[in-house]
Design a protein around this ligand. Structure first.
Ligand SMILES: O=C(O)CCC(=O)C(=O)O
Ligand SMILES: [Fe+2]
Length: 316
């Protein structure tokens, strides 16, 4: 009593678990996952299937990537909003990111590689693909555990097949001051699940609890990731899961590099809560929606004024 507890994200150990073989730990971890996602919308995962060498190589190739001339980085265009090169925004001057669609598919990454480096840079494609594929197993374990917890595992194949993986890699330049400066403004993610990784030991990710306190993420192991629920999964679960507000704040003289693997509903797929999750006690919260249309709305001025863009877009 009296002394304040230091707020920390729940830590969940996925080492020794995998998607296929049934491990006796599965049920225990599953209940930790569901509780954390209901209460916090996120947790810290310990997951050693991504070797530390891959994390190191990712950091190396990201430095090369962000050191390219701006004109070159701008060649990564995408039809979807916020999926290509993003940066040079006056509201978030420290922030730059590069979205890589279908990052787990080598040919797609290689076609981006040839756009950015006509002289080629094979370790870029190899590293991005390997990292994304290895990390996608954690995304899939979490989603499977959620569907089992909700008793709707009969939708598992449809759920998994309705998404793609986007890897978004980020650089936050050093603010050169001890006053905390905004890296990326507070937001909820719009996709299904995001798995985040800090690459060079520079902290800055803050997550807001339901009662409005900010937790600064401090990885407790070199194998740590942050797993976070996006608004699309919240809608699909008919509000059983929570999507947390989070932001990045920067101090000091060193740039921060991070990467996020985003499972994203495919364009044209209607996100709709299964009928098993809708009843008198749990009335339908969101009308069925297409993620790409929702993203287009999200980047309008009107939506930017809303705290809860999903509710404004398709709330019942
Ligand atoms: O860089 C990070 O740790 C967080 C990035 C983030 O929240 C996002 O890209 O949606
Ligand atoms: Fe985010």
């Amino acid at each position: 009593m009296g002394s304040e507890t230091i707020l920390k994200l729940p830590v969940i150990d996925f080492n020794s678990l995998d998607l296929e073989s049934k491990n006796p730990k599965w049920e225990e971890v599953k209940s930790q996952v569901f509780k954390a996602l209901e209460e916090c919308g996120c947790f810290e995962a310990l997951f050693d299937k991504v070797p530390l060498e891959i994390r190191k190589s990712l950091f190396v190739v990201l430095k090369e990537l962000f050191d390219l001339p701006l004109q070159t980085k701008l060649r990564n265009l995408s039809k979807k909003p916020f999926h290509g090169y993003v940066g040079q925004y006056p509201q978030v001057p420290l922030y730059e990111s590069m979205g890589i669609d279908d990052a787990n598919v080598l040919e797609t990454v290689e076609s981006l590689e040839t756009i950015l480096w006509p002289e080629r840079f094979p370790s870029f494609s190899k590293t991005i693909q390997a990292f994304s594929e290895q990390l996608s197993e954690l995304d899939q374990i979490v989603r499977k555990m959620v569907l089992e917890s909700l008793g709707v595992e009969k939708y598992l194949d449809e759920h998994m097949n309705s998404t793609n993986y986007l890897l978004r890699v980020m650089k936050y330049s050093a603010p050169q001051t001890e006053d905390a400066k905004i890296g990326i403004s507070s937001h909820t993610d719009k996709n299904i699940v995001t798995t985040l990784c800090q690459l060079n030991g520079i902290s800055g990710l803050d997550v807001e609890t339901k009662d409005g306190k900010w937790i600064t993420y401090q990885p407790s192991s070199p194998h740590s990731f942050v797993v976070m629920i996006g608004d699309s999964f919240l809608a699909w679960s008919n509000g059983r899961l929570y999507s947390a507000f989070h932001r990045v704040m920067m101090t000091g003289n060193e740039a921060r590099y991070s990467a996020g693997l985003f499972s994203i509903p495919k364009g044209g797929y209607m996100i709709k809560a299964p009928e098993e999750l809708v009843d008198e006690e749990h009335p339908l919260l969101y009308k069925p929606f297409d993620h790409v249309e929702f993203l287009k709305y999200y980047y309008t001025e009107e939506a930017q004024r809303q705290k809860y863009a999903l509710k404004a877009y398709c709330g019942v």
